[in-house]
Write a new protein. Structure first.
Length: 291
């Protein structure tokens, strides 16, 4: 495989990991909780689109819209019914709750759609190849990934910088107690953060699903790689997780091409190395708390 194609496909997969890592980081920055249910929640929402297309014959874009709406409602549901009722929860307790949610939703998906593997297609095919420059090949899927990622990142920038809700989210992320004092309804901000995260997560999942087989576990490995990208870039840094996703995609693609048998462990190797060398991530500020 040519170097240029490995580079482009690695960056495209890295963009998917970066987007899904954003879904993890948005919740972490708000509540310092790693949402281990993010992958299963994205799978659940993707199956909603699959069901609408396969069983009701709806066009892809309508199914995609309803999957986004369902993902937002699912995120708010999880925050309202599972996390908010917890009394004086510890950080570990909240993480355990997200693991329980992951098991619950995974069971629901298997019960409703079975564990059989399904083919899920989107309008952007990785089998359609363009050659913008001599010897440089890029798939239609990769073009779509770059465009969608650029649009989402741009919208996030303007949302956090120029909207009242975005400012309230940033204030809650910095200090939720001070945000409450100045009148920000932090409970609503937490619910919106989960909804926001779920929408970005299902967008990345639907892009990834076209490169693999749809089943209840298809987001397990992408979640681990997105988490590795977030750890690599810094869990408190939005630009860092995007750069971390790109680096993770390149490492995985080139490492997997050279040694395919070792490709599945690249995410774990990255996580261990970064936590040993720079726990805060490559692009996040490192803070030391003095007591």
């Amino acid at each position: 495989m040519p170097f240029g194609q490995l580079l482009i496909e690695g960056l495209a997969m890295g963009a998917c990991y970066g987007l899904f890592g954003l879904a993890v980081v948005i919740i972490y920055r708000t509540s310092e909780v790693i949402n281990f249910a993010a992958g299963t929640m994205a799978v659940f929402s993707t199956y909603i689109a699959f069901h609408m297309i396969t069983f009701y014959g709806h066009p892809f874009w309508l199914a995609f819209f309803f999957a986004l709406v369902f993902a937002a409602l699912l995120g708010m549901f999880v925050e309202f019914f599972f996390l908010r009722p917890a009394k004086n929860p510890t950080l570990l307790g909240l993480i355990v709750i997200t693991i329980g949610v992951q098991l619950l939703f995974g069971g629901l998906v298997c019960w409703k759609w079975t564990a059989d593997q399904q083919a899920f297609t989107i309008p952007f095919s990785y089998q359609v190849i363009y050659e913008p420059l001599p010897g440089v090949f890029i798939s239609q899927w990769a073009v779509a990934v770059f465009v969608i990622a650029a649009v989402i990142v741009t919208l996030l920038f303007f949302f956090f910088k120029y909207t009242k809700l975005g400012t309230a989210m940033r204030a809650t992320q910095q200090n939720k107690h001070a945000a409450k004092i100045v009148g920000i309804k932090t409970d609503r901000i937490f619910a919106f953060s989960w909804a926001f995260s779920s929408v970005i997560g299902v967008t990345a999942a639907m892009l990834i699903s076209s490169r693999t087989i749809l089943d209840p576990e298809f987001m397990m490995e992408p979640f681990l790689r997105a988490f590795a990208a977030a750890v690599l870039g810094g869990l408190m840094s939005v630009p860092g997780v995007l750069l971390g996703g790109g680096i993770m995609g390149l490492i995985e693609n080139f490492f997997g091409y050279a040694m395919p048998a070792w490709k599945p462990i690249t995410a774990f190797v990255v996580i261990v190395l970064v936590l040993c060398v720079r726990p805060s991530g490559l692009f996040a500020k490192h803070y030391v708390k003095k007591v």
